[in-house]
Write a protein that binds this ligand. Structure first.
Ligand SMILES: *Cc1c(COP(=O)(O)O)cnc(C)c1O
Length: 220
């Protein structure tokens, strides 16, 4: 199936109010440009070095999402242009983003990553850690960081009811955090969940932002 067909197929399953982030890690500049030419503007990358190489040679109105595990030493390289950092999970990382955002004279949007999977390998804060962080982390010390919502990844399993349960629990946590208004409600609007294999379940559970790679670009 050609790219345009796969893209149309993916888009057909996504309501207009849900942001589709095309995950372009390991994809060439030419592949990204082809999808851009079909109208896609939000792209997600996992590796800072790869993103740094692609960003300058692709159209400047692309909204780049950083969806990988971000180390503090790499923050300075992506802060000048990044649209949204999905995987924030520590105070020290927030401090570094604040410092670099201030130096750039901009504010940077981030999502807090929540651990929802039954797996050892996934990053993120547990729901209990996140509730506690909301009360104890010095959010006011990071005026150049805008917390826009939460991000999570479900367990990589064939058991769809487990994935559904994990997405529903993240959606409930997101709603709970919105109601506390630690962050302004009109700012804390994003619930990033859903990938190629589980995007339908994520949307049914209330996702506002899906991150889709292989279903658009074909298998890696
Ligand atoms: C690679 C990746 C995706 C996309 O995965 P696909 O299965 O290719 O759709 C989404 N989110 C994150 C965090 C990823 O690393």
């Amino acid at each position: 199936m050609p790219l345009a067909e796969r893209y149309a197929h993916v888009k057909a399953g996504i309501p207009p109010n849900v942001t589709l982030v095309a995950v372009s890690k390991t994809r060439s500049v030419a592949e990204i440009q082809s999808l851009y030419d079909l109208g896609q503007r939000h792209f997600g990358e996992n590796y800072p070095q790869e993103l740094r190489e692609k960003q300058p040679v692709l159209p400047h109105d692309i909204a780049w999402h950083f969806i990988g595990h971000l180390q503090r030493s790499n923050v300075k390289h992506i802060v000048p242009f990044v649209h949204l950092i999905h995987g924030v999970e520590s105070e020290r990382l927030l401090e570094e983003i604040q410092k670099r955002a201030l130096a750039e004279g901009r504010s940077v949007d981030v999502l807090l990553q929540v651990f929802i999977a039954q797996e050892e390998t996934k990053h993120g804060l547990s729901p209990a850690e996140l509730r506690s962080a909301l009360k104890t982390w010095p959010w006011a010390a990071w005026p150049n960081v805008r917390v826009r919502g939460v991000m999570g990844m479900a367990t990589n399993t064939e058991d769809r009811s487990q994935v559904q349960g994990e997405f529903e629990s993240l959606a409930a946590l997101w709603a709970e955090l919105r109601s506390t208004e630690v962050f302004p409600r009109d700012q804390f609007t994003e619930l990033s969940m859903g990938m190629s294999g589980d995007v339908d379940l994520a949307i049914a559970a209330g996702s506002t932002m899906v991150r889709v790679g292989t279903a658009i670009f074909a298998a890696r």
